[in-house]
Design a protein around this ligand. Structure first.
Ligand SMILES: Cc1cc2nc3c(=O)[nH]c(=O)nc-3n(C[C@H](O)[C@H](O)[C@H](O)COP(=O)(O)OP(=O)(O)OC[C@H]3O[C@@H](n4cnc5c(N)ncnc54)[C@H](O)[C@@H]3O)c2cc1C
Length: 411
């Protein structure tokens, strides 16, 4: 396998490195570099502006919509260099990663002109209104309705587990617009403003006291008729595009956060005198092998894209990868808690900690429930086999669509 990149891509790498060195805070690349609380706050507020100024947010988007029109290889190099520098490369996850690319693929020219610049500049933030109390894995069973009233859609129903709904400006929402056709055929994909009288948002408080997702209730909420993306009753196809973006990780850099985290876990095993325990050694070696498999699979996905391969095996790489990394992470975090021993059972973080979780940015948890970095990662790993489609559903996709296994019986 030839793993060298084209010369142009390597030239672009030098450009990105120079930009990062010039724009990241002094000392960023030094061993043991740490922010004070004030410095971190200042960095968080100015970094998105710098990224925007450099044109690096969504740089693969076409230039007419504010991107740099980067080629696949250039985008890969950009992601690699930011990951290598541990520098954040986004304004808003839902905007940059999910809704923006979906608008590029399915949106009307007016929607592209209207929404894309606001996503790039971080002017509007988004949340994802797919799941409902009785429609998660069986997403097409959703019941939220949208009916046309003159020039507006009128929306009623309920969504659940809606991350960021407490402060998002818009929700990209699936609603039933034709109840008289098969369940997949009568769904539309709408952009609905969140700050209006017909939308009520209630936080779902988790055991640690934090509330990162919400229930959202729609009672005759409204949005303009033209806010439907990809055509009326065509929402299922549009939603599958969004879910494809959600399940895919950045092919050649997705493994890096796990690699960094595994170093922390291995250090912890050394510090706790567990590094000579044969079970721990075996667990760590197993985890390391899996991270390398992720790296190699990433290169496989990249080759497939560069060579324009579109067979079903390639199409299912997103499902395979999502299942693989999320199950890996759940297992390795169980190993980490074992390695922590008694420290894993008590709250060892400090309410004032400014630690970061590799790949996630600031540590999760809150002052009332001060978990350590590894404990926070352990808790979050439990959700990763669920969000964006559960591991079981990914297996169904691979089994039925790629391996051609018989469809599972309907209940
Ligand atoms: C941290 C987090 C953030 C989230 N954020 C959002 C968000 O922003 N917006 C949003 O819309 N949703 C969000 N979700 C919801 C998420 O998409 C759903 O939880 C997920 O799709 C599963 O649906 P469910 O919870 O209804 O479980 P169910 O569908 O009820 O599944 C329950 C169990 O049954 C299994 N199961 C169900 N059907 C099958 C089948 N056919 N074959 C085999 N096994 C099956 C599942 O794998 C699972 O183990 C989030 C979830 C989490 C955990």
């Amino acid at each position: 396998m030839d793993l060298t990149y084209p010369l142009e891509a390597e030239a672009f790498r030098i450009e990105i490195r120079a930009w990062l060195e010039e724009n990241l805070p002094n000392g960023w690349f030094d061993e043991g570099f740490e922010f004070s609380r004030e410095e971190r706050a200042a960095f968080n507020t100015t970094w998105t502006e710098k990224l925007y100024g450099g044109g690096w947010i969504c740089a693969s988007w076409p230039t007419e919509y504010g991107g740099k029109g980067l080629s696949t290889m250039e985008s890969v190099v950009l992601n690699e260099e930011f990951a290598r520098a541990s520098a954040p490369l986004r304004a808003d996850f839902f905007g940059d990663t999910l809704v923006g690319p979906t608008i590029l693929q399915w949106g009307s020219e007016e929607q592209k002109q209207d929404f894309l610049p606001k996503i790039l500049s971080g002017q509007i933030s988004w949340c994802q209104g797919f799941s409902e109390p009785e429609a998660g894995s069986d997403l097409a069973g959703l019941k939220t309705r949208a009916e046309l009233d003159g020039d507006e859609w009128v929306i009623s129903g309920q969504k659940v587990w809606t991350t960021q709904a407490g402060f998002a400006d818009y929700i990209f929402l699936l609603a039933r617009t034709d109840p008289n056709v098969s369940k997949h055929a009568g769904i539309s994909y709408l952009h609905v403003p969140m700050k209006q009288p017909g939308v009520e948002v209630r936080p779902i408080t988790q055991v640690d006291g934090s509330a990162e997702f919400y229930e959202v209730f729609f009672d005759n909420a409204r949005c303009p008729k033209e806010n439907v993306v990809g055509g009326v009753n065509n929402g299922w196809k549009v939603a599958m595009t969004t879910l494809g973006f959600e399940r895919g990780t950045s092919a050649t850099t997705g493994y890096r956060r796990f690699e960094k985290e595994l170093e922390i876990i291995t250090d912890k095993a050394r510090a706790n005198a567990k590094i000579d325990d044969p079970n721990v050694r075996q667990g760590l070696a197993h985890a390391w092998s899996k991270v390398q498999i992720m790296r190699i699979n990433g290169l496989r996905s990249l080759s497939a894209v560069v060579q324009g391969k579109k067979d079903l095996g390639v199409a299912a790489l997103g499902a395979t990868n999502k299942m693989y990394w999320s199950e890996y992470h759940r297992d390795v975090m169980e190993l980490a808690i074992d390695i922590m021993g008694m420290d894993g059972q008590i709250l060892t973080g400090s309410p004032d900690d400014e630690e970061t979780v590799p790949g996630y940015g600031p540590r999760r948890g809150n002052a009332g429930y001060p978990v350590s970095v590894l404990q926070a990662s352990f808790f979050f790993s439990r959700s990763e086999t669920i969000w964006g489609g559960t591991a079981q559903i990914q297996r169904n996709i691979v089994g039925e669509r790629v391996l051609g296994l018989p469809k599972e019986p309907k209940p």
